[in-house]
Design a protein around this ligand. Structure first.
Ligand code: AMP
Ligand code: ZN
Ligand code: FE
Ligand code: FE
Length: 278
């Protein structure tokens, strides 16, 4: 049987429910030969996963999934082989966390003006280990106060990008984000391209230095996969794939559930930017 891998997995270091070690164990049980831990806007799970990988005999590629707000959309960039100790990467991620804290304060202010006097602490105490503070925590706080009946209603009436309490995240431009990721040794890949509206997202990020696209993903149907394969060939982009697993109790598929061959990782590795500090 050909070697299989999974290049898109989340842990408790962002919004997953399983520890990095537990995810590595699940991947091993699924018979995978290599995985990448791709937590949102952090590399804090990489060390534990790498250590577990060495112990269990499964390769762990250091990575992350960076959110960049672009043209009103939340665009996700996967970056593989980043150096988790790179100072410029660490500075960018710290900036993003700070920007999210400021955004939270402003969104709480908007809710107050809408007649919902929420305290920031009611939101931040929900963050626990679930990564950077964001709208999911705000939604839970609104439900807890019974100002809305459901999590979905919280978005519908207050938090969605068309709603009155919404503010976009302050994030770097595609050019700035991709430069930092590549300088840190990362190979940047557009996550789940099937989830964005319009073709200009891929165009713009490719001009800014994008090196690949995520072709195999649970949200991509067969037609989408075929379209993305031909897009990758036409634009000379690398291909990746993974399950985007977030843990038990989510409707996610388990690690290894999206078939991805190890040859994709070998090509990714061969393309690592040489300018990276290591
Ligand atoms: P943030 O990064 O703080 O803007 O939060 C983005 C997250 O909010 C997404 O990853 C989703 O989990 C959630 N989200 C965004 N829009 C909606 C929506 N309309 N309904 C439910 N959840 C949403
Ligand atoms: Zn996630
Ligand atoms: Fe994503
Ligand atoms: Fe993801």
């Amino acid at each position: 049987m050909p070697e299989r891998i999974d290049l898109h997995l989340h842990t408790t270091c962002s919004d997953g429910t399983q520890s990095p070690e537990a995810v590595v164990r699940l991947a091993k049980q699924a018979g995978l030969s290599a995985i990448a831990i791709t937590d949102h806007d952090t590399v804090s799970g990489v060390a534990e996963a790498t250590e577990a990988g060495l112990r269990l005999g499964i390769r762990v590629v250091p990575a992350l999934e960076l959110s960049v707000e672009y043209a009103g959309q939340d665009v996700h960039i996967l970056a593989y082989f980043v150096d988790p100790s790179d100072p410029a990467l660490a500075a960018m991620l710290a900036d993003l966390r700070q920007a999210r804290r400021e955004r939270l304060a402003e969104m709480v202010g908007r809710l107050r003006r809408l007649g919902l006097p929420l305290a920031e602490g009611e939101v931040t105490r929900r963050v626990s280990s679930l990564g950077p503070v964001g709208r999911p925590h705000l939604a839970e706080a609104l439900v807890a106060r019974r100002w809305v009946e459901t999590y979905t209603d919280a978005f519908r009436y207050y938090l969605s990008s068309e709603s009155p309490a919404y503010l976009p995240n302050r994030t770097p431009s595609p050019e700035a984000a991709l430069a930092v990721l590549k300088q840190a040794g990362g190979v940047p890949v557009l996550a789940h391209p099937g989830c964005y509206a319009g073709d200009d997202v891929l165009e713009r990020f490719r001009r800014a230095g994008l090196m690949g696209i995520e072709v195999f993903h649970p949200r991509h149907g067969a037609d989408e996969v075929n379209h993305l394969i031909s897009t990758a060939e036409r634009l000379d982009l690398l291909m990746t794939g993974g399950s985007d697993y977030h843990g038990e109790g989510r409707s996610d598929l388990p690690p290894g559930s999206v078939p991805v061959g190890a040859d994709l990782l070998h090509r990714l590795e061969a393309a690592r930017p040489v300018g990276g500090m290591r």
